[in-house]
Design a protein around this ligand. Structure first.
Ligand code: PFF
Length: 504
């Protein structure tokens, strides 16, 4: 591999972004911010429980394949569109569309509009879930009273209370808006440069802890010993869908972050690092969670309630349970915070770049609107489920499809190859593989995922396993894991359940 591309040549041909937009000061800062976006509730909540539901090792293997075949090519596509387009998602695509191509322009507007809407809608309910994690931190620290029905009743107490859910959602949105208002370098980069290493350190400490308290061996076997008899078509589709969500693809988060890069010199290397760290963190979180579950003699198929119902109950019985519980839920909050920041940044960048809003105004106005919409999700499980389903089942995959088509068929060759330039012969091979994948394989697989979610392939594909058929809301609320027998006491009906990508 050669030293890297000829910097001047590349900078010359790239659109020079407006310097007042801000940029990441260091490459490390960019990687931490992008990893911060990727690592979120998807890693610490969703990955472990879907792995539990789909039987462990074989699912993990398919998931790794999906990250490689769908995730990484799309990650490169998003970063290169952002970097070369030098603007928000809509502007970047419009800037790069072939001159005079009505289809290219139309695709830019449709994809950009949908991506901004996705960021707006996803953040509204993502923040509610992050708020619940904040509540668990407060309860673990003793700042808030414990639920009378015990640790596993705490989830019912918060998700069933409209006022409590709204308060925590408000706190979380203020945290998110404060960072985004601070700008790319002083806000997002600074936060993620601290949060991500702390998060990884906390995970390592937790791994050592479960190594000591027991269950780690069993957990590793569960995660890494594939049993292909457990693999179903539904599991493969789930793995594919999750690869998107976990890498923050399909709604322009990586396009937006890519637009703040100073050069495309390291896009390939950075993309690989982001996907690698995201996967590593998901696997570490899974290893910790399952070790706790196994050491308590429980089964791994707890479903969406694994994080918020099963674990809190086990924490109280563990040595140093208060510290472990606080640390663990802080970890969830940190992961969600750095992801939420990227969701809001997609929206804010759009209004700053396209409508010339000052950053602070855009942040507080549109963050405020997200907050207002989030109250509906905090108060109604139906709104929550609806938004979750529409965005993560349809909008993200559709966004990914549009970006793949744009990158594969509309980008100029110069833009397409710019990230591969400095890699000599290997670069040429990678370039060819990427082009074939992004033109044919990625779109095909995404169409299969979308069709399967609409039920159009029901006759063609095998049955979904029983766990999948259950509506997620019920799984969470009834503590489906089987060991949280008690039901919540909050009589309020507004329980927010989760489904779709977050918990379907
Ligand atoms: N990747 C985040 C997670 O795994 O929780 C979720 C996410 C963040 C999706 C940002 C999309 C996005 F733009």
């Amino acid at each position: 591999m050669s030293d890297g591309p000829n910097q001047t040549e590349i900078v010359d041909v790239a659109r020079t972004a407006d310097p007042s937009r801000g940029s990441f000061a260091t490459n490390f800062g960019f990687i931490m911010a992008a990893v911060g976006s990727a690592v979120g509730l998807g890693n610490i909540w969703k990955f472990p429980y879907i792995t539990g539901e789909y039987g462990g090792g074989a699912f993990v293997l398919v998931y790794l394949g999906c990250i490689a075949v769908v995730g990484m090519p799309l990650m490169y596509a998003e970063l290169i569109i952002g970097r070369r387009g030098g603007s928000d998602i809509l502007g970047a695509m419009r800037n790069l569309a072939p001159p005079g191509s009505a289809a290219g322009r139309l695709l830019s507007y449709l994809t950009g509009g949908m991506a901004v809407a996705s960021g707006f809608l996803i953040l509204s309910f993502y923040s509610v879930v992050a708020g619940w994690a904040l509540h668990f931190v407060a309860v673990s620290l003793g700042v808030m009273p414990d639920a009378t029905l015990g640790a596993d009743g705490t989830f019912k107490a918060v998700s069933g209370s409209k006022s409590l859910s709204t308060i925590w959602h408000t706190v979380f949105m203020i945290l998110t808006m404060t960072v985004v208002a601070g700008g790319i370098h002083r806000g997002i980069e600074r936060l993620c440069k601290i949060l991500m290493p702390v998060l990884m350190l906390m995970l390592v400490v937790l791994l050592c802890y479960v190594g000591y308290t027991g269950g780690l061996g069993q957990s590793m076997t569960f995660l890494f010993e594939p049993d292909f008899s457990k693999l179903t078509t539904a599991a493969v589709l789930e793995a594919l869908g999750h690869a998107f969500f976990t890498l923050s693809l399909g709604m322009g988060a990586m396009v937006t972050y890519g637009s703040y890069l100073k050069s495309e010199q390291h896009v390939i290397r950075d993309g690989v690092a982001i996907a690698f760290l995201d996967t590593l963190i998901a696997l570490m979180a899974g290893a910790v969670l399952f070790a706790i579950v196994f050491s308590a003699g429980l089964e791994p198929e707890a479903g969406p309630g694994l994080l918020f119902i099963t674990l809190p109950k086990l924490f109280v019985e563990m040595p140093f349970g208060v510290i472990v519980s606080t640390g663990f839920f802080l970890l969830v909050v940190f992961a969600a915070w750095s992801s939420a920041v990227s969701l809001l940044e997609v929206v804010v960048a759009y209004f700053v770049d396209e409508w010339k809003f000052p950053r602070t105004h855009a942040t507080w106005i549109f963050g405020g609107l997200v907050w207002a919409l989030g109250i509906a999700s905090a108060c109604s499980g139906d709104v929550f489920d609806f938004l979750d389903n529409v965005t993560t089942r349809y909008m993200l995959p559709l966004g990914g499809l549009a970006i793949a088509i744009f990158a594969g068929w509309f980008l100029s060759e110069k833009d397409q190859v710019s990230g591969f330039v400095g890699y000599g012969k290997i670069g040429k091979v990678l370039e060819f593989l990427w082009l074939v994948t992004i033109r044919y394989i990625t779109p095909f697989l995404i169409v299969v995922v979308i069709l399967s979610k609409t039920g159009a392939l029901d006759g063609v594909l095998k049955e979904t396993p029983p766990e999948q058929a259950e509506p997620a809301v019920e799984s969470v609320e009834s503590g489906e894991s089987g060991e949280s027998g008690e039901s919540g006491e909050s009589g309020e009906s507004g329980e927010s359940g989760e489904s779709g990508e977050l918990a379907d």
